[in-house]
Write a protein that binds this ligand. Structure first.
Ligand SMILES: NC(=O)c1ccc[n+]([C@@H]2O[C@H](COP(=O)([O-])OP(=O)(O)OC[C@H]3O[C@@H](n4cnc5c(N)ncnc54)[C@H](O)[C@@H]3O)[C@@H](O)[C@H]2O)c1
Length: 327
């Protein structure tokens, strides 16, 4: 059994790959190591993975389909966890073509690659809570319409869901899409609020609080995400041989919508610093509130997140302090 993890040098990819390796699975990781944020962090994550004998890494751009097909032809891939993407809502306002390249062309490359694999057991890919756009009904449920994205990033993720459904329908590929809700934790992403706030607090600079702090997020700790991804991966949707393709989408969140200011106070406590705040209006592309209905994933695969902000944030801060010492 060999599992392909795309975006393996990324935050979620590294953790998923590591969890699979710890279970004794062979993992092939792919990443183009782009400079959207500090490449040395991606290299440090890879160094963690390279300690495992059963890990192979290929530096590849998933938008380059010839490179993908030829580099992967030597492996007998049984399942794919597709996490490589241009992430970030705000950056997509100014850099839409990078999203088209990685999230649309790159996603299609992965679908085509999967279509041509013999005996693929399961493709699991990352969607996002951002597909809910300005939906007002909370918690967000996978039964709601998601036809009104408010950022180009969200539009690419919604497109991924349509593309994956189409391939599952045409070629009976077992596929699961996971709508991640604000993932945080050790080895996290420097463009996200908990990291940006941490850097500002350490430097004694004001933290930027959008929509005057009137925002809520369903924050999901990385270990809960990893356990959910692994549970889903092990239980591919069944092909019942009827008109319904073996395709499904789940929310993967914590089922707790926390005020943004609670993130700030939890970080203040963990760093032992009082934050200065700069209150700003809502940013283009952002949504005011996220809150995940996770019942379908609990019912189907037993997903049960256990980490709240008060536990998860100190773990991030402890890791970050160590990382700063070593880098
Ligand atoms: N972290 C979150 O809160 C969150 C929330 C919703 C959705 N997601 C989705 O989850 C997935 C993983 O996110 P993450 O937080 O680990 O982000 P990340 O940016 O840390 O990881 C993504 C990785 O993909 C790689 N990549 C990007 N374009 C590529 C390309 N064309 N070819 C090869 N590699 C490429 C990047 O170099 C990066 O290492 C992404 O699809 C993201 O959109 C994440």
């Amino acid at each position: 059994m060999t599992i392909l993890v795309t975006g393996a040098a990324g935050f979620v990819g590294m953790h998923v790959a590591e969890a699979l390796l710890k279970k004794g699975v062979d993992v092939v990781g792919v990443d183009n190591m782009n400079a959207y944020y500090d490449v040395s962090l991606k290299e440090a994550r890879l160094a963690q993975l390279n300690r495992h004998e059963k890990f192979d890494f290929l530096k590849l751009d998933i938008a380059d389909r010839e490179a993908v097909n030829s580099a992967l032809s030597d492996y007998n891939i049984t399942s794919v966890v597709h996490l490589a993407a241009q992430a970030g809502v705000r950056y997509s306002i100014t850099n839409p073509f990078e999203y088209a390249e990685s999230n649309l062309t790159g996603f299609l490359t992965i679908l085509e690659y999967c279509r041509n694999l013999q005996g693929l057991e399961h493709l699991v890919y990352a969607s996002s809570s951002s597909v809910y756009g300005g939906n007002k009904d909370l918690p967000y449920s996978v039964d709601q319409s998601v036809d009104s994205p408010v950022s180009f990033y969200a539009a690419t993720k919604k497109s991924n869901e349509l593309m994956a459904h189409c391939y599952s329908h045409l070629y009976r590929i077992p596929v699961t899409g996971l709508r991640f809700f604000t993932v945080y934790g050790p080895w996290g992403r420097p463009d996200m609020a908990y990291w940006l706030f941490s850097d500002a607090m350490r430097a004694g600079k004001p933290i930027k609080i959008f929509n005057n702090g009137d925002m809520r997020r369903d924050f999901t700790y990385i270990d809960d995400i990893v356990s959910g991804v692994l549970k889903v991966l092990e239980s591919a949707p069944e092909d019942k041989g009827n008109e319904t393709p073996p395709y499904r989408v789940y929310n993967i969140g914590n089922h707790q919508s926390e005020p943004l200011m609670k993130l700030v106070s939890t970080l203040e406590e963990a760093w032992g610093v009082k934050a200065e705040t700069e209150l700003l209006p809502m940013q283009k592309g952002d949504v005011k509130e996220t809150y995940a209905d996770i019942e379908p994933m609990r019912r189907d695969v037993g997903y049960k997140p256990t980490t709240n902000l008060e536990v998860g944030i100190p773990k991030f801060v402890a890791w970050y302090k160590e990382y700063l010492k070593e880098s």
